[in-house]
Design a protein around this ligand. Sequence first.
Ligand SMILES: NC(=O)c1ccc[n+]([C@@H]2O[C@H](COP(=O)([O-])OP(=O)(O)OC[C@H]3O[C@@H](n4cnc5c(N)ncnc54)[C@H](O)[C@@H]3O)[C@@H](O)[C@H]2O)c1
Length: 334
Amino acid sequence: MVNIAIIGYGYWGPNLVRNFSSTVDCRVHTVVDFRQERLQVAKRNHAGINVSVNPDDVFNNKEVDAIVIATPVFTHFDLAKRALEQDKHVLLEKPMTSSVAEAEELIALSEKHKKVLMVDHTFLYTGAVQRIKRMIEGGEIGKIKYFDSTRINLGLFQPDVNVLWDLAAHDIAILNYLVAEKPAGVQATGISHTHNGIENIAYLTINYNSDFIAHFSCSWTSPVKIRLMLIGGDEKMIVFNDLEPTEKIKIYDSGYHHQTDEEKNKILVDYRAGDIFIPKVESKEALAGMATDFVSAILHNTTPVSNCDSGLEVIKILEAAQQSIKNKGREVVI
Ligand SMILES: NC(=O)c1ccc[n+]([C@@H]2O[C@H](COP(=O)([O-])OP(=O)(O)OC[C@H]3O[C@@H](n4cnc5c(N)ncnc54)[C@H](O)[C@@H]3O)[C@@H](O)[C@H]2O)c1
């Protein structure tokens, strides 16, 4: 039995407490939040649960095996470091940390203390992403040429990180999970419409050495909510609309074929628009799968799908994107 303490019972923490409470081989030992009113809500929702306003209570408690951190990003490093130093396994909410240096230091600490360090990139556990991965690996889509993601809505302005760290973190994790090729460089632009200079609209392009390209459009200031991902292969193309209740993925048997007209020295493109296939997608809550993966990594020494190395790869791209924004979109080599 793994005893888990969860730090942060704001917007996302309650989902973690609920899912870990129903995961086998573990129990939620304590909920920590420095806001008393949130702890009252936790107690109302989970009878008999221990609560505390002080993270040290769980770091120093020998009964606690693992710490789940669901606080704002700028607090992740300090809390995770203290937890690992007290020999606790750690699950960090996305994005893992505020910098590559912090993520690397945590990974080194987890290795030194032989503890699991995992990042909650929830989307990797969705039925839709799992299905897309199987299709790509099965060769159904052909060679992937582009990945284009739009994640916009009237969103909560975060006080510590820009919109890419908040929203693109999800899509970059999905991209890295689906595509094996490593990025070569990133270009990003963005704008802040507030006095704190934190970008609320941003566009990110990831360049590769092959002819594959990835692009992300993120905004907290769109009147409509869009969660749309296009993945184009040279055989078929996938449209993943996460706002669709059931038909989240559509596979278009569409494509194009190049011919060069030598005489005219022109590129001619033959288009193909075939059937559209809507696969059935597992609808189990993704967080339940994530929680099981964390507990299993602790108990059985398995490598989680959303592990600390993949968490670090996301941070590398986000940090480079931030640098590129500061340089007015100049490419930053990774
Ligand atoms: N995986 C996902 O899909 C997903 C979705 C939303 C948020 N998140 C992530 O979850 C994390 C938290 O986001 P949120 O929207 O719940 O934030 P939030 O501000 O709503 O909640 C954070 C809570 O942590 C508490 N807190 C902050 N610092 C603390 C500390 N040092 N000790 C004790 N309590 C502390 C605050 O009082 C607050 O109640 C972020 O990293 C965010 O990116 C992930």
